[in-house]
Design a binder for this molecule. Structure first.
Ligand code: PEP
Ligand code: MN
Length: 346
């Protein structure tokens, strides 16, 4: 349930509502807003009786039951965009975010060169996996702690914030020590023990859509993280599994627009895993801008032919530079759209 208080409702009104809610056996999850306070309520009980009772109370504008099974990530809970500040850059704000880097951290030279290369081309964050979820147990599994240390070095050298994957709830604290944003891979979108552990960290989370997950399931996974205490979740469409074989996955580009209707969380697109093919990455990146994504996460490698994972979908520096330059006019339009949206919201 969500209770929307009247403009400038007083403290006593808010406190009485909270008390009544607790009497009905529910818990207050969050109280948001300064001028207009919104109270988020969780739990199970007699919803109808509780709503009727609250709606009759002084200072209450509206009390509504959230029909979707997710609450805190829904637009009904908050209708302004969530902006997540990472290292001075706002994800979900009025700049299009570009995260770029190799699929895996392979060695010092590779990650340092990539960090310098993507920073020079205008990326805001460096991606790179130290813990790799691979389909085959015989494939490169990542450098783990040594990889995290190299990412820290790259951060120190370039100032780029780091986004890197965490695969297990046991590793959340360790990865959070080195990363600015914790990436949850498609295969772990419904690892509920991991999602709960992420709720307890302060780091923002980049949650990738599962290979065969619906948009609702993605939002429910984001709800897990939020309900467990961490509201800073960035959603990522990275392609889903369909009958199509021309691309590695099928990019559900519409998901970006759907998510923008349903949630206030930032939404980004991964054109690399969505296509599996580097020649398609620039076009899909432009599509991400056009459809109103908040950013992209893209794989870049100094020598894709020699990459230890996902070389076929990785751009080299020249391709990345060109893509960034070609995207510029689209990003300009994107900014104008964002700004006019902000004006309308006021
Ligand atoms: C990755 O980002 O390298 C990755 C493994 O992505 P996904 O979980 O989307 O497959
Ligand atoms: Mn990859």
């Amino acid at each position: 349930m969500i209770v929307s208080m009247k403009l400038h409702a007083n403290k006593a009104d808010i406190e009485s509502v909270c008390e009544r809610v607790r009497d009905f056996g529910y818990k207050i999850h969050a109280i948001e807003g300064e001028e207009r306070v919104v109270i988020g309520i969780v739990g199970t009980g007699d919803v109808t009786a509780c709503l009727e009772s609250i709606e009759a109370m002084p200072g209450v504008e509206k009390a509504v039951r959230i029909s979707a099974p997710y609450k805190f990530v829904s637009k009904e809970f908050r209708d302004t965009r969530t902006i997540i500040r990472v290292n001075g850059h706002d994800i979900g704000g009025d700049e299009f975010t570009v995260m770029a880097g190799p699929c895996s951290v392979e060695n010092e030279r590779q990650i340092m060169e990539t960090a310098e290369g993507v920073a020079a081309a205008g990326a805001h964050m460096l991606r790179g996996g130290a813990f790799k979820p691979r389909t085959s147990p015989y494939d490169f599994q990542g450098m783990e702690l040594d990889g995290l240390k190299l990412l820290r070095k790259a951060r120190e050298a370039t100032g780029l914030a780091i986004v890197t994957e965490v695969m297990s709830d046991n590793d959340v604290d360790l990865v959070a020590e080195y990363a600015d944003v914790l990436q949850i891979g498609a295969r772990n979108m419904q690892n509920f023990a991991l999602l709960k552990a992420l709720g307890r960290t302060k780091r923002p989370i980049l949650l990738k859509r599962g290979l065969s997950s619906t948009i609702k399931e993605l939002l429910m996974s984001a709800e897990y993280i939020t309900a467990h205490g961490n509201p800073n979740v960035i959603l990522c469409e990275r392609g889903i599994r369909t009958f199509e074989t021309a691309t590695r996955n099928t990019c559900d580009i519409t998901a970006v627009a759907v998510l923008n209707e349903l949630t206030h969380l930032p939404v980004i697109l991964d054109p690399s895993h969505a296509t599996g093919k580097r020649s398609l990455v620039p076009a899909l990146s432009r599509a991400a801008v056009a459809i109103g994504a908040d950013g992209i996460i893209v794989e870049v490698h100094p020598n894709p032919a020699k990459a230890m994972s996902d070389g076929a979908q990785s751009l080299d520096f020249a391709m990345f530079r060109k893509m960034m330059a070609d995207m510029e006019p689209y990003v300009e339009l994107w900014k104008r759209a964002r700004l006019s949206e902000a004006v309308v919201a006021v």
